[in-house]
Design a binder for this molecule. Structure first.
Ligand code: FAD
Length: 711
């Protein structure tokens, strides 16, 4: 079944050259395998770069499916979403159309480490993502299971034993491609587990991918096995929310995308919500706005743009918090013999651990269980923190021991999944594999966990697969430029033995890699080097950049004596977040408005109340005012960090030759162990080589001398 971008149109088949075995097979610039979070971003990015792209996936109706939690973002992950958005990726915009509870985490810390997060309407996210994908120019979508790869001799001048030329589907048909991106998530030899029962599946209700896993192993890729799991889903009406802690969302909500002024949701959903019987009282007010007047009892307000209606802060759904107790621990420990996924010796992933792992790792502790709505009109609740693989009846027994869940009905049981992943040291920072030219891996297949990590890799793989077709240099984000750079550098140099998740603590330059400035860091480069950014986004980023520069210089130029600022400056000492090296300049009496803005209690609005002209102009745009405040907060601290960044960038600029054979190379003194490590990771720069565990500083100096002598 084909679903071509332009109204289901089949693309004309292109005849291949005489070297082709199947001249009538379709031919694309880029073929993406998998329609999950990595695959959708990869396919859309390749198409935005101008490549004729095919997205091949098992089922079109599962494109954009959120396999586990009904939420996006969080600490570290919110940064990734902002960066994906800065590269004109999809997930942030789609989340701004599908969220039902927006909350910034880590608020007590500085804005550099705020974690933008939202509960997302699962159904709506999938619909909005499918709409985006099916309307992307140059992108065709086809259902099918890829079983094998078509290979050819390698291109000279690049590392790799062979070159990918296309894919083979389960029905034996071939689709040719210049580049191929694999984003098969948990599907490679996927097995799902409940209690002692195991059966092959990529995730619940989906077939696993066996043939492709065998192909990759035959090609010589190092394959490992990872585990993850998901909690049971509970019936909303069976939960006693009245006795639980209610958590309300932010007002106003901060959108994920630089292109969104506010968050919004489609009217049909609100209409469904309104019409649904049996909703808890708290949600009766979730009436949102409706197209035109005339519906009795419904409040109306003006739509933000035609056909799109604002989700008002008070329309968002709450989350609730409950906790485990000793009885839960007892049930888990008494039944470990009935659990083949989590045992005392193999406890599963450290991040997103199952309740069994938590009980084993931290005995006698109480654990949080967040009750999260799965959608505006969904009857399901996702109990975050309760991922479990006990037999279904024991899951139910465990759940009903928990406060508020005494009468809870389990709609689906929780389950575990075990799957193959590929050691990510086998890919370069452009996500192209070392072994097979023009073959890219992105997402959970590289050992990561989470939608945001998958999306971030997807967009980079899509851009690079497309650049490779046009023989342009790769688009690589460094550790000094973005969380995406840290994620990919960690994976490609250090590898991973358990599902890798993004955290702010993994990032060295947190003060400069902030969620608010991802556009300044990435949008211009992506526009100029990769062409994957729309001119609308580019113009907006340019406007913001010049407004910020102008705003900062205006703020610096406004100088008064401290008596003028008196009503703004707090009498008590300023509270500075000690966990970040933020040095707020206390010498405000020098009198610049920028210095006054550094005080936590002062914002652009209060500053403009004292000096309306020329500051009023900068408060008209809420986002600009917010960003000026953040720039002021970090201004002094960033001076130190920029120097450190420059030093790291010098190391990163020292490129290692791509064709160097570390195992046999002469004229450089390296131990056999270091040679093997460099051979398997193939670092691109001296900086990356220095981060490989076991590569000693002495080896780096020798390598540096050798590279310089060959230049
Ligand atoms: P996926 O979203 O899995 O998408 C893979 C896509 O590839 C699918 O569309 C599939 O149909 C397609 N595909 C696979 N093989 C083929 C083939 N041969 N031919 C054609 N198409 C193919 N993340 C967390 O952060 N926290 C959690 O607690 C968590 N728990 C999870 C629990 C479960 C049970 C599962 C399955 C996942 C969980 N995740 C969790 C992971 C999260 O869902 C993934 O990180 C994310 O979806 C990965 O995105 P992806 O694009 O790499 O793969």
């Amino acid at each position: 079944r084909w679903a071509a971008a332009s109204l289901g149109r089949r693309l004309p088949l292109r005849r291949l050259g005489s070297d082709s075995a199947a001249p009538c097979s379709p031919h694309f610039d880029v073929v993406v395998i998998g329609g999950g979070h990595a695959g959708t971003e990869a396919a859309a990015a390749a198409a935005r770069c101008g490549s004729r792209t095919l997205l091949l996936t098992h089922r079109v109706d599962t494109i954009g499916q959120m396999s586990c939690n009904p939420s996006f973002g969080g600490i570290g992950k919110g940064h990734l979403m902002r960066e994906v958005d800065a590269l004109d990726g999809l997930c942030s915009r789609v989340c701004d159309q599908s969220g039902i509870h927006y909350k910034v985490l880590n608020r007590r810390k500085g804005p550099a480490v705020w974690g933008l997060r939202a509960q997302i309407d699962r159904k709506l996210y999938k619909q909005n993502m499918q709409k985006e994908i099916l309307s992307t120019p140059l992108l065709t979508v086809q259902e099918g299971a890829v079983e094998d790869l078509v290979l050819a001799d390698p291109e000279p001048g690049y590392p790799g034993k062979s070159r990918v030329r296309g894919v083979v589907l389960a029905d034996g048909s071939i689709i040719y491609a210049e580049s191929v991106i694999l984003t098969t998530g948990t599907f490679l030899r996927g097995m799902i587990i409940i209690g002692l029962e195991m059966h092959p599946a990529g995730r619940l209700g989906d077939q696993p991918s066996i043939g492709l896993a065998q192909t990759l192993e035959k090609l010589g890729f190092m394959v490992g096995r990872l585990k993850t799991g998901t909690p049971p889903r509970l019936a909303k009406e069976s939960i006693n929310f009245d006795i639980l802690n209610k958590h309300t969302p932010d007002n106003p909500s901060i959108p994920f995308s630089f292109l969104s002024d506010s968050v919004w949701i489609k009217p049909w959903l609100s209409w469904n919500s309104l019409c649904r019987p049996g909703w808890p009282r708290t949600q009766k007010s979730a009436c949102l706005c409706l197209p035109s007047a005339g519906i009795k009892g419904v409040r109306h307000h003006r739509p933000a743009r035609s056909n799109i209606f604002q989700l008002r802060p008070e329309d968002q759904l709450p989350c609730y918090l409950t906790h485990t107790n000793p009885r839960v621990d007892e049930i888990v420990l008494e039944n470990l013999h009935l659990n083949s996924h989590v045992k005392e010796t193999t406890r599963g992933p450290r991040y997103c651990p199952s309740i069994e792992s938590k009980v084993l790792r931290f005995p006698n502790r109480v654990h949080q269980v967040w009750l999260e709505p799965e959608g505006m009109d969904s009857d399901l609740i996702y109990p975050q923190g309760l991922s479990v693989t006990l037999p279904a009846e024991l899951q139910e027994k465990m759940i009903t021991c928990i406060r508020g869940l005494e009468r809870a009905k389990m709609v689906h049981a929780g389950y575990g999944v075990q799957y193959d992943y590929l050691d990510p040291r086998q890919i370069s920072p452009s996500l192209e594999t070392h072994l097979v030219q023009r073959l890219f891996f992105a997402g959970q297949i590289n050992g990561t966990t989470g939608y945001e990590e998958a999306a971030a890799q997807g967009v980079i793989a899509g851009i690079n697969a497309s650049l490779r077709v046009s023989r342009k240099p790769p688009f690589v984000v460094s550790r000094t430029e973005g969380y995406i750079g840290v994620l990919i550098d960690d994976l490609t140099t250090l590898g991973t033995s358990e599902p890798y998740r993004m955290f702010t603590s993994r990032v060295e330059f947190r003060l400069s890699l902030r969620p608010d400035n991802a556009d300044a860091r990435l949008t211009f480069r992506a526009y100029e080097e990769a062409g994957c950014v729309s001119s609308q986004r580019y113009e907006r980023a340019l406007w913001m950049k010049s407004s910020l520069e102008e705003g900062i210089s205006v703020l610096k130029s406004i100088k008064f004596s401290s008596s003028k600022w008196k009503k703004l400056i707090p009498q008590t000492p300023i509270s500075i977040n000690r966990s970040l090296p933020v040095r707020v300049d206390r010498t405000f009496y020098t009198g610049s408005a920028l210095d006054v803005l550094k005080y936590e209690e002062v914002d652009m609005e209060s500053l403009a109340s004292v000096v309306p002209e020329p500051l009023k102009k900068y408060t008209a745009c809420r986002e600009l005012a917010r960003r000026l405040k953040i720039e002021a907060t970090y201004e002094s601290a960033l001076l130190y960090q920029l120097q450190e960044i420059k030093e790291v960038q010098q190391d990163e600029a020292l490129q290692l030759p791509q064709d160097i054979d570390y195992l046999t190379i002469r004229g450089v003194s390296l131990s056999q162990e270091v040679r093997e490590k460099l051979h398997s990771s193939r670092p691109q720069t001296i900086g990356a080589a220095s981060r490989i565990p076991g590569v000693t500083p002495a080896a780096i100096i020798n390598l540096l001398r050798f590279v310089r002598s060959t230049q």
